[in-house]
Structures are given as C-alpha cells and as structure tokens.
Design a protein around this ligand. Structure first.
Ligand code: NDP
Length: 687
C-alpha cells in the first residue's frame, strides 16, 4: 500500500524571496498509480523579468563574494540536511510512480551528487573566487608581459528546465555545479512531478543555508521568462528534442548568445560482444542489465537501453533470456514490497508510449509483453498508468528507420542482430548521437574496436565484464564525476563531469599583462611577479605568510660520491648514473648524471627549516620536471616561492603551494616543480 500521503495542495513558486501561488487554480496533477488528485499547478501572474533580476541583483553578488571552498561547504551542509529528511521525499516520490529503488536513484542519488560536488570542490578547487585555467603563457623574453587564462562566474542566473522523470536528481545535479561556480539558479521542474521538487525546495529554503535568491522555483509555465535572458545567463533543458529545439531557437537566446545546454531524446544502445555466448558471465550480465534498464523507473530514464545489439547467432537465446526475466517483473503499486516496477508517470505518458510502440512495429515485431493487456500484481490497472515491459525484435536493422529514431519513453527495447563488429558499431551510430552506450565483452580486441568506433557518438561508454560485475555502477547511472550528455540527437550538451560541469557556468578570459599585475588578479604568484626575501617562509604561519614570500638557498655541489651513495642506498643503479661509457652512448647525456630524485632530495635538504614550526607536512609535488642533466661537480641552488595559499574553512591549517626552481652554476633550470605542504593557521597553535 502507498504510505501516508499529504492532502492535495496548490503548488507555489518560490520567487523574489517569497512563496507565491499562481493567479489561477491551474492544472491538476494526478497520482501515477491511483489517479487521485495530488496537487494543482499554475504560475500565472508571476513577473518573470523580476525573477531573473532578483537572482542577478540579490543572490549573484553574495555568491560571488564567497570562495569555492565556502560554496562547497554550503553545498555539503545542505546535502546533509536534505539527507536527514529523505523519508519524507520517498513518501511523496511514490505518487510519481517510483518504487523505493527508483526513488533511491532520484532522491539519494541527487543528494549524493550534491555532496560529491561539495567534496570535489573542496579538494579540486582552490579557496579563491577566481580559477586559473592552464599554465602562464610567457609572451616576452624578459618576463615583463605574460598571459593567464582565468575563469570567473557568470553574473546572471542559470535557468534549469527539467524533465518529469527525475524531479529531485534532475534539480540537484544541476544546481550543485551552478552554485559551486557562484551562479544563482531558477529551477523549472516538469509539471507532472513538480510536487516532489516543490517539497524538496521548501525543505532547502527552510534550512536558511543558501543566500536569498540563490535558488528560485517556478511551478508551472515559465511564461515570457526566456524573453528576458541575457548573455550573462545560462539555460539548460532536459526533455523532448521537439521542445528543446524550439527553446534553443528562442530569439533572446540566439540574439544574446545565451549558453544553452540541451539533453534530449537518446536512443541508447547496448552491444553484446561476439565472445559473450550463452554460458559466459558476460551473457548473463548483459541479460540482467537490459532487463534492469527496461524496468528501472519503468524505463523512463534518459539513459535507458532502447536498442539491444547482439550477434545474429545469439539473438534467439537472448530474446528468450530477457523475455524470461521480464515475465517475472511484478508490476504494481510502487509502495508494495513485491512490486518490481511501478506505473509510468501519467496516463498521457502511457498513451504516448503505446503510440511509440506502434511506430516501432513498422520495423519490429513484439517478442515479449503486450502493450494493451495490462497485468498488475497490485493496484487498479484502469486507474494507474501501468504498462508491462515490451521487448521487440527487428530482423533487418539496416533497412529500418523507426527503431533508430523513435524513443518510446517507457519499459520498451528492441533487439537487433549484427553479422560483424563493424555492423555492431554502425548500428550503434545509427542512434545519431546518444548519452550512453555499453558493451559486454571480455575480449580486449572487441573492447578496443567497438569503443573507438562508437566513442565520438556518445558522452559515456561502459564496458561490462566478469571482473567488474560486482563493482560496476551500471549502464544507466550518470555519475557526478563523469560527463553526462551526448552529441547530435542527444542534444549536444554536457553536464556534470566533475569540475568540468562547474566551468560551464563560468567565463574563460585570457588576461594579458605584466606578471606582478596578473598575480594580483589571480591571487597566485607567477614567474616575474614581485617576491619578498626575508625570514624563512617555513617559519611563517598562514596568518603571516604572503604570496611571493621567497627563499633563495645556499648552494650544494654534486659529487661522484653523492651519486654512488644514493645509487647503492636506494638500489637505483640505472646505467646513466653508474656507467660512463653507457651514459655517453645515450643521446641525452655527455657522461654519468645525477639521479633526478637525488636532485629533488638535495633541494629539500637545501630549503627545509628543520625545527618544529608551522609547516606540518609535505603531501606531494606537482608537475615535477627534470630539465637539464646534472653532472659531477655541478653546483645547485634552490629558489622556493610561496605560490598559492588555501586555508581550510573547517580546520586549523591550510594548503600552501610553493614554486620550486633548482638551477645550476650557469643559471640553467635543472628541475622545476610545485611543492605541496600543510601549514598551520597560527603558530604556536591555538590552545
Ligand atoms: P517536454 O519537452 O515536453 O518538457 C520538458 C520540460 O520543458 C518540462 O519542464 C516542460 O514543462 C518544459 N517545457 C515544455 N514546453 C516549454 C516551453 N514552451 N517553454 C519552456 N519550457 C517548456 O518533455 P516531457 O517532460 O513531457 O517528456 C516528453 C518526452 O521527452 C518523453 O516522452 C521522452 O521521450 C522525452 N524525454 C527525454 C528525456 C531525456 O533526458 N532524454 C528526459 C525526459 C523526457 P511542463 O512539464 O510544465 O510542460
């Protein structure tokens, strides 16, 4: 039975700092399983230009004043609060037709995505308000003129227009990178399941964690909102290709070159490798994955497997195995324990899927399931949008069009045969660009040929086999750290992908100037910028340390004994260090050379301050390069410069990046790298 449910209500939009009902009662939204009224939705009467302006003028300056780490901490606090309230969301989610496991993907998957962005932001971004992108480009020989690409947050708002199938994840996976970038959001959920999004937004606003205006919600139509978008705003869309293309051509979007990200219909494929014959683990995994993708969320997933591509000789066994699994899928009320698949989101959606199945039948025959005779384990087949899974078979997929064009957004897939790997690749590409494809094989050659053949047509490719059977995250799961989006028909967009997703809401700018001024802009020391020599910088806590604090060390001459000792002590007796004749025969060296790691070790010996002090630990080096060979008798010196300081918001220390340059007696750079240390905020530490 469905759990305790809330009475029918009138949804409100959260705009300009207030919960605001529409002027009219609006459209009724019905429970997917019972047809009962859940809510009314309407946004008429809202002033959409004011909504955008509120985000730009009230929230944007506040978000931009925060550092990446402060915004990451905000997302973490929010994610943890939402997780505490998840049971309320699960109960509401049942009304969308989602079972507990469907709800897990949407609710905990969405909150988990937000927490992952929080954690990645904290670990992968500096504690600054500007991001440097790539290395400094020196533009003059004397270091008086250089360039640095930087990324700064857009100063407008991001409008996120979402699909009905993931009312929680769809919102959170988009607002997390947007807020981390420092840009406010306006979320417009699809009407059909907007009551769940509205509930989550109410809980978000109640926490008081977000600055006012950082998240606004429109329940109902967005009216003339798109007429008011500017080049500092961004619009993302998830839904049908038809609507997406219409919005992409909106005059304001074209005239103002508004960033528009679209994720639309996707005829995702999954390929069974020729080696994955019945009896192999890959065959069984494939059958399981296809059946799971067809039935999870009743097939209403943008990543679901729509086309099943298999060796011709295996299709009969495959159809039988998938059909057997599907027949065991109990369809019924999503809150019932025995239910494996709930209804579609609405009766309209079911009608739509039935129509699309009829379109597919132009090319394919139904081999499992009956779209018209509904068989439910619980619930009322007449009142709920129930549909049993339907498997089709298309024998001549190269002569077919519908199976590669029609997205039946429900528990529907089509099996199609291939006669060679080239054909398998070609069939996958016939989707004209998809979000994801998967391949089940244990053969490295098959993996190479297929993945390289289909990668340009996909945003993500998963290889399934016996070794990853237990750990694989599966074909249908977009992950916060991985790109979600696909070329061509899938919309041409890209979301998430870790910090790539954050950068979608930032502007990349090449800044040219003298290093001292570039360094002031980025808060990062660069070659040619001012440096201050004085007290050893390792004696300074974060309270005293400044970008540009520099140490130039004493000198040390490398001897034959040093190299012999290091070689035998470490076991690194590589010939270039030990054998003069062999070293001379090497095109890079004139004689025996010192080990690179010996140079790095001597450099540490030259620059450290040995006494207990604010430098707590060395946690690594970045970008280590050995640039000039070091011969016996060469004299080395180190220049260490404080390059970047990242205090941690929640700890008594922070990270300091030091530019480390080792030169020889001629001034040639022998080694160049960044040294990474943990440094106390104050020293001696606060009691
Ligand atoms: P739609 O394209 O109709 O709607 C998607 C979103 O756009 C909704 O929020 C909708 O709001 C909004 N919208 C619709 N018209 C406008 C407009 N003129 N201006 C601004 N916003 C608008 O898709 P559906 O959600 O109804 O799904 C229809 C089909 O789309 C599915 O059957 C499926 O084939 C495909 N789909 C694909 C997905 C994917 O990621 N690949 C995900 C979901 C759906 P409202 O609901 O208020 O109309």
């Amino acid at each position: 039975m469905n759990a305790t449910i809330r009475p029918a209500r009138r949804l409100e939009s959260y705009v300009c700092g207030q919960w605001t009902p529409g002027a009219k009662e609006g459209q009724p939204l019905l429970d997917a399983s019972t047809g009962e009224l859940v809510a009314h939705i309407d946004s008429s009467g809202l002033n959409f230009a004011e909504v955008l302006e509120f985000g730009r003028s009230v929230a944007s300056p506040k978000l931009r004043a925060m550092s990446f780490h402060e915004r990451a901490a905000m997302l973490k606090a929010l994610g943890l609060k939402l997780m505490e309230q998840k049971e309320e969301f699960y109960t509401e989610s049942l009304r969308t037709g989602a079972t507990r496991s469907d709800g897990w993907v949407d609710i905990e998957g969405g909150i988990g995505t937000m927490l992952t962005f929080a954690s990645k932001g904290r670990r992968e971004l500096p504690n600054t308000r500007v991001l440097v992108d790539g290395d400094v480009e020196p533009l003059s020989k004397d270091n008086s003129f250089s360039a640095q690409h930087i990324l700064t947050p857009l100063q407008g708002v991001a409008v996120h227009i979402n699909a009905f199938n993931f009312p929680v994840w769809g919102m959170l996976e988009k607002i997390a990178p947007t807020l981390l970038a420092g840009v406010p959001c306006v979320v417009k959920p699809a009407s059909q399941t907007a009551y769940l999004t509205e509930l989550v937004v109410r809980r978000i606003i109640e926490t008081g964690i977000l600055p006012e205006g950082a998240l606004q919600l429109i329940c109902g139509s967005v009216g003339d909102l798109l007429d008011h978008v500017t080049g500092q705003d961004a619009v993302t869309f998830t839904g049908s290709a038809w609507t997406g293309q219409k919005l992409k051509q909106h005059p304001a979007i074209i005239q103002n070159s508004v960033r528009f990200t679209m994720e639309a219909d996707s005829l995702n494929s999954s390929i069974l490798g020729p080696d994955a014959v019945p009896g192999t683990p890959e065959f069984d995994l494939f059958v399981k994955e296809v059946a799971r993708e067809m039935t999870a969320k009743a097939g209403q997933k943008c990543t679901a497997i729509r086309r099943v591509i298999a060796p011709r000789a295996l299709t009969e066994a495959l159809v039988a195995a998938i059909g057997e699994r599907l027949a065991k899928t109990a369809v019924g009320l999503p809150g019932d324990e025995g239910t494996r698949m709930g209804p579609l989101a609405s009766m309209d959606q079911r009608d739509e899927v039935r129509q699309r199945i009829r379109d597919l039948q132009a090319d394919a025959e139904i081999v499992a399931g009956d779209p018209d005779a509904v068989n439910v384990a619980s619930g009322d087949a007449e009142k709920g949008a129930f549909l049993n899974p339907v498997l089709l078979y298309c024998d001549k997929p190269f002569a077919a069009t519908a199976v590669h064009d029609v997205e039946a957004f429900g528990p529907v897939s089509t099996v199609m045969p291939y006669d060679s790997l080239d054909e398998a690749v070609e069939l996958s590409r016939k989707g004209k660009g998809s979000l994801v494809s998967s391949l089940f094989t244990d053969d490295p050659k098959v993996a190479e040929e297929v993945v390289l053949g289909i990668a340009p047509y996909h945003g993500r490719v998963l290889i399934g086999n016996r070794a990853s059977a237990k750990t694989s995250t599966g074909h249908g799961s977009p992950l916060a750290g991985l790109v979600h989006g696909g070329p061509g028909r899938a919309g041409g967009g890209e979301e998430m992908g870790g910090m790539r997703g954050v950068k979608h809401y930032m502007q990349r700018t090449a800044v040219q100037g003298t290093p001292r001024l570039l360094s002031a802009v980025t808060g990062r020391w660069i070659e040619g910028a001012d440096a201050t020599q004085g007290e050893h910088p390792f004696r300074k806590s974060l309270a005293e340390l400044k970008i540009g604090d520099q140490l130039v060390t004493a000198k040390r001459t490398i001897t034959l004994e040093d190299v012999e000792h290091f070689a035998h002590f470490t076991g690194d007796t590589f010939y270039a260090h030990m054998d003069s004749e062999a070293a001379k025969a090497n095109p890079f060296f004139d004689d025996r050379v010192a080990h690179g790691y010996l140079i790095a070790s001597f450099a540490a010996g030259l620059f450290v301050e040995p006494n207990p002090g604010p430098v707590l630990a060395n946690f690594g080096v970045d970008h280590l390069r050995f640039l000039t060979p070091v011969y016996f008798g060469d004299t080395l010196q180190v220049r260490l410069t404080c390059k970047e300081i990242n205090p941690r918001a929640t700890a008594e220390h922070g990270e300091v990046r030091w530019d480390c340059q080792v030169t020889n007696q001629d001034g040639a750079v022998v080694a160049q790298y960044d040294v990474l240390t943990m440094v106390a905020k104050s020293w001696p530490p606060a009691a």
